[in-house]
Design a protein around this ligand. Sequence first.
Ligand code: UDP
Ligand code: MG
Length: 147
Amino acid sequence: MERTFIILKPNAVRRGLIGEILKRFEQRGIKIVGLKFLWMTQEQCEKLYEPHKGKPFYEELVNFMMSGPVVAMVVEAPRVIEMVRHIVGATDPLKAEAGTIRGEFALTVTKNLIHASDSVENAEREMSIFFSPEDLIEYKLDIQDDI
Ligand code: UDP
Ligand code: MG
């Protein structure tokens, strides 16, 4: 079993896409173990995007991520890091496959609606910026034996 970290970016919230996006994870059978609605601080944002510091898009990205509230979540499933990125689609919405979240709802790279961790190491690092261990809830999903 694996866990990953997801953020619905401020434009996903403003555009009323929270339900649409969460539905896609739920209907796959992916279990939500942590969920928060929050407005990111500068410190959280800098930690999250630390690996991108110094890149040409960094400032614009950080400002955008702090432009409104976001939904942060930790989800659990087998191979979930790859599965979530598959559901999310490529970073550039132009290259994201049809049927993916970015491929269906996003237009530009910076405002590509959603963040998802790309490795076990980054998932651990990123979720710990927003969640403490006691925020993550252990329970059995009703459908767990049927996926
Ligand atoms: N980004 C951008 N311009 C770029 C590359 C990335 O604005 O040329 C933004 C984009 O919002 C992306 C985020 O920076 O989601 C993190 O980039 P990464 O390469 O990690 O893409 P992701 O993992 O989100 O697909
Ligand atoms: Mg990334």
